[in-house]
Design a protein around this ligand. Structure first.
Ligand SMILES: *Cc1c(COP(=O)(O)O)cnc(C)c1O
Length: 491
């Protein structure tokens, strides 16, 4: 296979904007002769004279920023196989609707009677999320997944406190959990007891049973878990917890795999967060902000943060409501409205077909598994859901590491997958294609991986110094962490 040249090498040699600078060059053509008439009443000593801004022409500025944009890799340029991350596409219609002038020009402090259509929108999103999870109540306030976790753990604490149960000071968490889970519990003041997973990466039921005692407030489990595997014993797990007056938190960040397919209530879940910036396609990472909706069972409903939007059927009016025993606000305002509009747009654009998100994301992950399981060792023999995790064992045998595979993929024009997470898989390679990719894209990606492994079998040493065609070549990761160059002038 021919290696795709991912970047135009010539562009890299272009000088940066400061080097184009020449005293007196201007980037505008407005007549400013009348500026002299303006009296600036500023004291000499407060006027800064050390501004070292480049003086450049308009075309130079435009070219500078356009060039910078080509040095980046983005979702609009290619496939993002990152695992435990979900959505890597932000549908354009979401943006169009969120940017509608009605929404954009609303003042955050407007009275409820002036924002009835907006409240209706939030009410509908609340309802859709309740229907999609089959849970009785939801808050849309939290600003991210981890923030939703914290809200959920606060709810669990409020529940035990309201029942006068002061012994509950520990939360059980499997060792396959996302790092935010133990961090959240510790931050909320709980002790964390880690449960070692089985060799298939599942919750160890015997270990779980023997860890249950009066001090356990809850179990926090991700389902499907970070190995992309469904914890099929979830109902047995929730029954055992409830018999011990403990609750079940399900990290629902991987909800794509099961949306429209299963009922959280029937699984016995008490609280779960869904990432609108993952499952529901709102911008992610640098494109944030996020939104972490939290759904709860009847047990926790009365403690939810307010305001929640309710509907007065008789008056046909929407209004804000805060439950009496509420833990209080977790966020200013109603939450990230822009994300709610986008998420609702995504839900409505699927309509009655929304379960296809689960079908397509599971199908795509399994296409990757089928293509790669003969060349890489899959981390769990159990069926894959929305993502598939491989270990580094094949690469190790050939004398290479996961990092070499990941960095060489950049030379093929692909963003690397998530690597070295989950921690329980040696040299993990975690791939999540999501529902939005076509089989052609997926096969181009798996063919690139197969090609790299063939080159590893041929002992191509250069692969250890990948990437070779990227704007930034192999970096000294330790040096970068110790002595970062944070601006142009310290270079
Ligand atoms: C992404 C993720 C989180 C955290 O969500 P943020 O919005 O990044 O805070 C928690 N758990 C799992 C399994 C995740 O994938």
């Amino acid at each position: 296979m021919k290696i795709k040249q991912t970047r135009n090498a010539q562009l890299f040699e272009e000088p940066l904007i400061f080097e184009h600078s020449e005293a007196g060059k201007v980037g505008f053509t407005i007549d400013n002769s009348d500026l002299e008439d303006i009296q600036l009443d500023l004291k000499e000593e407060i006027i800064r004279k050390d501004f070292n801004l480049p003086e450049v022409s308009e075309p130079e500025v435009v070219r500078h920023f356009t060039r910078l944009s080509t040095w980046n890799y983005g979702i609009d340029l290619g496939f993002y196989p990152l695992g435990s991350c979900t959505m890597k596409y932000n549908p354009r219609i979401n943006e169009e609707i969120a940017n509608h002038k009605y929404f954009l020009n609303l003042h955050p402090s407007l009275q409820q009677k002036y924002i009835q259509p907006l409240l209706k929108l939030i009410y509908e999103l609340q309802n859709f999320i309740k229907i999609l999870t089959d849970m009785p109540a939801v808050t849309l306030q939290p600003a991210a997944g981890a923030h939703g976790e914290l809200t959920g753990i606060f709810l669990i604490r409020a529940y035990h406190q309201a029942r006068g149960n002061t012994k509950k000071d520990t939360i059980l968490i499997p060792d396959s959990a996302h790092g935010t889970n133990p961090a959240t519990c510790t931050f909320a003041g709980y002790k964390v007891k880690e449960l070692k997973s089985t060799k298939e990466g599942m919750l160890d039921l015997d270990l779980f049973k023997s860890s249950l005692n009066d001090n356990i407030a809850a179990l926090m489990i991700t389902n499907p878990n970070t190995l992309g595997v469904f914890e099929a014993q979830i109902k047995e797990i929730s029954d055992l917890l409830h018999q011990n007056d403990a609750l079940l938190y399900m990290d629902g960040a991987n909800y794509n795999a099961i949306i429209g397919k299963i009922s959280l209530s029937k699984m016995g879940i008490d609280v779960s967060h869904l990432n609108l910036h993952k499952t529901f396609s709102t911008p992610h990472g640098g494109g944030g902000p996020g939104a972490g909706a939290v759904v709860v069972s009847e047990r926790l409903k009365d403690f939810l943060p307010g305001p929640i939007v309710e509907w007065d059927k008789e008056k046909n009016q929407y209004y804000f409501y805060t439950p009496e025993k509420s833990i209080g606000r977790v966020k200013a305002g109603i939450g990230h409205i822009g994300m709610m509009i986008r998420a609702l747009t995504y839900i409505l654009s699927w309509g009655n077909e929304i379960h296809k998100i689960a079908e397509h994301s599971v199908l795509n992950a399994n296409l990757i598994r089928r293509e790669l399981e003969n060349v890489l060792k899959v981390a769990s023999e159990n069926p894959s859901m929305h993502e598939v995790v491989f270990s580094h064992s094949t690469l190790k045998k050939l004398g290479y590491e996961t990092i070499h595979l990941a960095k060489t993929l950049i030379d093929y024009g692909f963003h690397p997958p998530t690597v070295y997470f989950p921690l329980i898989v040696p040299g993990a390679i975690m791939i999540e294609p999501t529902e939005t990719e076509s089989p052609d894209t997926i096969l181009a990606f798996t063919n690139a991986i197969k090609d790299i492994i063939t080159r590893m079998e041929n002992k191509e040493e250069a692969l250890k110094d990948s990437p070779h065609n990227a704007f930034v070549q192999k970096i000294d990761e330790a040096e970068i962490a110790r002595n970062p160059i944070l601006n142009y002038f310290t270079k």
